[in-house]
Design a binder for this molecule. Structure first.
Ligand code: 5GP
Length: 113
């Protein structure tokens, strides 16, 4: 599977996005098809297809991505919010560049479908 995805094009600036956070490790931007009033995606700049491809060397990067999720939730004034990482197509992953969904601004049900 090619590691070139729509998200690598967003990182390279070839496709625009509504950026909400950026640093040397990651980029966060609004989802193009929001599923909640707040729906932000956090992606590592490093090309990692999914959690199935994570190596031990990536564990600090993963922690950083979750930390950034907490920063974004604060900036969005969210107290109740959800993070989602879909891994594999049967779990709902459609873009094969690792990403964390940050969803908030409405009530949510459990379990997810
Ligand atoms: P997944 O289904 O892989 O967990 O999530 C992929 C997410 O990326 C979806 O929520 C989808 O709406 C979003 N998405 C797909 N293409 C684009 C795009 O070009 N720009 C933005 N901002 N979001 C996108």
């Amino acid at each position: 599977m090619s590691d070139e995805t729509i998200f690598s094009k967003i990182i390279d600036g070839e496709i625009p996005c509504e950026e909400v956070f950026s640093d040397e490790y990651c980029l966060a931007f609004k989802d193009i098809q929001p599923q909640a009033p707040v729906h932000i995606l956090i992606i590592p700049r490093k090309k990692i297809q999914s959690l199935n491809e994570i190596k031990e060397e990536d564990k600090f990067l993963l922690g950083h991505l979750v930390y950034v999720a907490s920063i974004i939730a604060k900036e969005e004034n969210l107290e109740d919010w959800r993070t989602v990482i879909n891994t594999g197509s049967k779990a709902g992953q459609t873009v094969f560049h690792l990403h964390i969904h940050v969803l908030g601004g409405r009530s949510m049900k459990w379990p997810p479908g």
